[in-house]
Each structure stands twice: as C-alpha cells, then as structure tokens.
Design a protein around this ligand. Structure first.
Ligand SMILES: [Zn+2]
Ligand SMILES: [Zn+2]
Length: 157
C-alpha cells in the first residue's frame, strides 16, 4: 500500500449546485469502495466511495438537506442525506452507529487524498471493475470495519 498524505484540516465539500456545503475538521476513519447493488443504483455508477468519520468532525454549513431511510440487508437503517435542490448525495447516517457518519468523498472540493484502501460487496462488483487483491476486500458486508480502519491508519501514519 502506498502512503496516503492527509490534507491540513479543516477541508470543505459540497453538492453539484453549490447550495449544500460542509466542513470536515479532522481525519476520517477510512476510505473504501462499496460495490453493493444499492450503491450502484444510488450513484448511477459502478460503486460508491465511503468515508466513515466521527460525527463531531462533520459540520453542515449551508443548504437544505433531504433524507431517505434505506433498509439494509442487516435489518438496520441507513439514513441517506442529499441536497434538497440538486439531489447530490453527501453523507449517510447509520442509525445503529450514531457516533459516526459516512461521507461521500467524491463531494470534497479536493478528493485527491481520499484514496480507497479496500472494497466491500465485491461479489456484486460489475465484471469490468478491477479489484486490487492486495487491498482489504470483503465479498459482502464486513462483520466490522476495523480491518479497513487499520489499513487506513497504516497508510496515513
Ligand atoms: Zn445542491
Ligand atoms: Zn453499498
């Protein structure tokens, strides 16, 4: 794993139309790709990037948000927040883990440092998507995210 250089926090991000803005005040716990079919639908692409972060490190600066409560396979609920005007997905709130949020790092003003260190739900990855076998990969939902957190910590240390 190549070394990942973190930016000087805080950093900001926002939606496509510019109405919804947020600030991140410290490092996230990890960045990884999710290839589940819901993420393919929600992104309109091959996968989404997920960036779990302690809830108190994300500040909502501006713009009205809408949310959708998505049932997960586990029976838990993920509340997905997006801009009320343009619909850009900004972050998810796993209701079972109220101390954290999962930001969509592609919405950062500069996402270049948010390098994924692993992949989840590889069993539903689209056939032309290359999964690096040297990364921390799970065929489905990881039983816990600690191996992803550990790989991120090692890469950003
Ligand atoms: Zn917007
Ligand atoms: Zn997913």
């Amino acid at each position: 794993m190549d070394r990942i250089g973190l930016p000087a926090f805080p950093v900001e991000g926002g939606c496509v139309c510019g109405a919804a803005r947020y600030r991140i005040t410290g490092a996230p716990l990890a960045v990884y790709n999710c290839h589940c079919t819901d993420c393919q639908k929600a992104s309109g692409g091959t996968h989404t990037m997920s960036m779990p972060i302690a809830r108190d490190r994300l500040e909502h600066l501006s713009g009205d948000l809408v949310h959708f409560d998505k049932p997960a396979d586990s029976g838990r609920t993920v509340r997905m927040f997006g801009c009320a005007r343009c619909g850009t997905k900004l972050w998810n709130e796993p209701l079972a883990s109220p101390q954290m949020l999962v930001v969509k790092p592609g919405t950062l003003d500069d996402p270049s440092w948010a390098v994924p260190i692993g992949n989840i739900w590889t069993e539903s990855a689209l056939p032309w998507v290359a999964i690096d076998p040297a990364q921390v990969n799970f065929t489905g939902q990881p039983p816990d995210r600690q191996p992803l957190y550990d790989a991120w910590s090692a890469a950003t240390a």
